[in-house]
Design a binder for this molecule. Sequence first.
Ligand SMILES: Nc1ncnc2c1ncn2[C@@H]1O[C@H](COP(=O)(O)OP(=O)(O)OP(=O)(O)O)[C@@H](O)[C@H]1O
Ligand SMILES: [Mg+2]
Length: 236
Amino acid sequence: MSSKRKKLRKYQSGPRDLIVEREPKSPISEQFRTIRTNITYANIDNPIKSVLFTSATPSAGKSTTAANVAIAYAQAGKKTLLLDGDLRRPTSHYTFEMQNVIGLSTATINDLPLAEVVRDTRIDNLGVVTSGPIPPNPSELLSSNKMSDFIKKLKEQYDMIIIDSPPVLAVTDAQVLSQHTDGTIIVTNVEDNSRDNVTQAKELLEKADANIIGVVLNNKKMDNKKDSYYYYYGSE
Ligand SMILES: Nc1ncnc2c1ncn2[C@@H]1O[C@H](COP(=O)(O)OP(=O)(O)OP(=O)(O)O)[C@@H](O)[C@H]1O
Ligand SMILES: [Mg+2]
């Protein structure tokens, strides 16, 4: 393995930057709060209480965005849960420095009570369910009735559920998970943004009856994290 590949692997498995916690007053944190506000206004009559973050292709910034938006909700006093629904390349256990022996996969298979699966974080009002060990058949697990029941139980306990997921064009997992959420947000990296890919992802999600409420444009500048920024607009 070349040193470049080694570096890439290490980089991707490390924690995602929780800037909303680290620098709540920064303009980037403000952008995450804007995403929170826009979700709130996306449906006035039926408030959105669960959101799926996905993307067309890998490495768009889904996990970073999902974790920071979850913190923004928790900071607003909402009882919030971040669910790592990416059973392919999970990251929440790195980001929140948790063990990943128990999580979504084991909870579903073994019918574990929520108290055994949800982990508190150092952030008030924010709980996390990590992915658990990666199962051999993520799509089947996510489509199971047990998974549905598990998410239902979470919804009874939390004001807001934020779900992280794999990219839409790679596997069907996000389409399956979108059926459990009130809204779906597509994250796209403007640096390697392809309109065709995003359109195709949107079509696949719509086929699964996802309620797409917006797109997050993530400007991921790999050379200098401080230069990066996020912004948001509605899908319609
Ligand atoms: N705006 C940004 N500025 C700088 N780095 C970023 C930004 N957004 C994401 N990154 C970095 O890019 C990498 C990929 O981001 P992230 O893991 O959030 O993407 P993802 O869409 O969840 O990827 P995957 O498809 O692997 O799940 C991470 O190392 C993350 O820290
Ligand atoms: Mg991810």
